[in-house]
Design a protein around this ligand. Structure first.
Ligand code: NAD
Length: 566
């Protein structure tokens, strides 16, 4: 990938303030979001262009990064830049209301759509792993996933225990990386106790420094003892244990310690560059990867098999087990033939799908000014707009109190489709309110709204977002493609389509969008269109699969579904 570029070193994150270096705010927003992705405060390994999630990258090489920056600086208001797997490949005159940037990352034709072929092309510098928000310049740090993790655990508390929080419950997990690092804080926000295994001590330290995890230890007995004391006292507590996750779960089984809940967010989707085999320090494993990648993968998969078996054994002994979107079950079933790997569910069918049926998903926004006050102003606006949503108020209070900003100040909140008397969806109403505040000068610079690829109508991923669909259409990928096309038609500022994401090459197709709210009438019209059509895809996708909740949302909010009643 070359040496880190001088341009990147000079930026060290997104520019802030109201002075722009591009032709317009829509291009400036793209540039700031790209640099925000690669902010050392935000990304996991920015000097390698790696943002999060194994090798999820923002640009293919440092040359490609420099070229993207130059293109964005020069891009006129009526042209569209094309980025193919992290490299700028073309620029065309389109029109002012068209997207300014279109991105496609990691996509391969079905028969060749696997890690082996991907790695061959990657080694030759011809393709890049975009993960989800890395290659679409929408990653905002661990703060981006925290609400999703918080909501998932709250939904688990309701579904499994008929309770509103996790007080007195112990959650055991693995992986404290860019996304997985949100787990301890999401557990403690829900009043519970978290024990998280992580092989890389620096990652534990980073989560402690940024307030996501409370303590660390090398001693599992000490971690279990502290966790049990906290749970018995009804206190929230989190500890990172410096150990391989598979080894930790087996040690828990030996000690006959059974947590209430067990899951995992190591980067198991990538056996070579995401998951660490047992028996090695991080440095030793990194050396093995360079020297003998085949042996690394074999040992990594051996450890994963033990890891999944330990989760199944803990489930047998009474723990609630679920997979947290890293495809560890799929890896072990496909590569090791473990037939029972899918005997515990994924988090989407278990807890999240009802929200997708209502078009609800992770709507998130970043203040291009860099001023936290702008985000606090949006917090007030969202609470003012939806006073009836008690859980939203609780979330904003918790986020203000406990979630540190990383890079550009940002916020996440799950909003859905349901429309008001004027036919405006929740997401559209809020976006229009923000746009008004920018126009009135109450917010000092434009806000960019984006989302996770993990949303209601934007993903086909049979081991994750579309696992166990009611009509068996888990692997049908027309939906995310329609979603991306629709986002273009609606005029989103950036639209992207990726393969692989959180579950690995060949296992998912998914899309993302950005809308820049710069206070103009054009931005208002774009927001109205995008934030209707985009969550609307979630409603029609789930209605088509026969989910009553989606059919109800469609009826109540007048979503046109041509063959609904046939
Ligand atoms: P990351 O690569 O930044 O972090 C992974 C962490 O796991 C690293 O810190 C690594 O040291 C640690 N690790 C790897 N193998 C380990 C092992 N055997 N034992 C203990 N620690 C180990 O990745 P991330 O962004 O945190 O994402 C983690 C996984 O979760 C990915 O597979 C990702 O695709 C998935 N994911 C899920 C969701 C979701 O909403 N469910 C969202 C994002 C990512």
């Amino acid at each position: 990938r070359g040496e880190p570029s001088d341009t990147w070193r000079a930026y060290q994150g997104a520019s802030t303030g109201t002075k722009i270096e591009c032709e317009g705010w829509r291009q400036e927003a793209a540039l700031r979001m790209l640099n925000n992705n690669l902010d050392p405060e935000v990304a996991e390994k920015p000097e390698e262009l790696v943002v999060y999630g194994g090798t999820g990258s923002a640009a293919r090489s440092w040359d490609a990064y420099d070229a993207i920056v130059e293109e964005l600086r020069e891009l006129p208001d009526d042209e569209t830049l094309l980025v193919q797997s992290g490299k700028p490949v073309g620029r065309f005159r389109t029109h002012e209301r068209a997207p300014r940037v279109l991105i496609a990352n990691s996509n391969l034709v079905g028969k060749w759509d696997d890690w082996e072929h991907f790695h061959e092309l990657e080694a030759e510098g011809k393709i890049m792993y975009g993960q989800m928000t890395a290659g679409s310049w929408a990653y905002i740090g661990t703060q981006g996933i925290i609400q999703g993790t918080y909501e998932t655990l709250a939904a688990l508390a309701r579904a499994e225990y008929d309770e509103t929080d996790l007080e007195g419950r112990i959650v055991v997990t693995g992986g404290l990386g860019g996304m997985g690092g949100a787990q301890p804080l999401a557990v403690t926000m829900n009043g519970g106790v978290c024990i998280a295994a992580e092989v890389d001590e620096e990652r534990i330290d980073r989560r402690i420094e940024t307030g996501y995890c409370q303590e660390k230890t090398d001693d599992l007995d000490e971690a279990i003892e502290r966790a049990e004391e906290a749970a018995a006292a009804g206190e929230s507590y989190s500890v990172g244990v410096h150990v391989n996750a598979a080894d930790m779960l087996e040690a828990m089984l030996e000690r006959e310690f059974v947590p209430d809940i067990v899951t995992d967010q190591t980067s198991a989707h990538d056996a070579l560059e995401g998951y660490y085999p047992s028996g090695y320090t991080v440095a030793e494993a990194d050396a093995l990867r360079d020297e003998d990648p085949d042996r690394y993968v074999a040992e990594s998969l051996d450890t994963m098999e033990r890891h999944v078996q330990a989760i199944l054994d803990l489930q047998d002994r009474g723990a609630v087990a679920f997979e947290y979107g890293n495809n560890i079950r799929g890896q072990v079933e496909d590569e090791r033939g473990l037939e029972t790997a899918f005997d515990f569910p994924g988090f989407v069918p278990a807890y999240i799908r009802p929200q997708f049926c209502e078009g609800r998903g992770p709507f998130r926004w970043a203040a291009l000014s860099g001023d936290p006050e702008d985000i606090y102003r949006t917090d007030e606006a969202v609470l003012d707009l939806f006073p009836e949503k008690d859980s939203l108020r609780r979330w904003i209070d918790l986020a203000q109190d406990q979630v540190q900003f990383q890079g550009l100040p940002s916020r996440v909140c799950w909003l859905g489709y349901s429309t008001d008397d004027d036919g405006l969806t929740e997401r559209a109403r809020f976006a229009l309110r923000i746009n008004d505040l920018v126009r009135e000068g109450e917010i000092t610079a434009p806000i960019v709204v984006t989302r996770d690829h993990l949303d209601a109508g934007s993903v086909a991923s049979p081991n994750r977002e579309t696992e166990a669909m009611r009509d068996g259409t888990d692997a049908v990928a027309d939906w995310p493609i329609l979603n991306a096309l629709l986002n273009c038609a609606a005029g989103a500022d950036i639209v992207s389509v990726h393969d692989g994401g959180g579950v690995g090459i060949g296992n998912a197709l998914h899309t993302n969008n950005h809308v820049v709210l710069d206070g103009t009438e054009q931005a208002a019209e774009t927001a109205k269109r995008v934030f209707t059509t985009d969550p609307g895809m979630g409603v029609i996708r789930h209605a088509d699969a026969g989910y009553e909740e989606a059919l109800d949302t469609a009826r109540e909010s007048n979503v046109a579904i041509p063959m609904r009643d046939r």
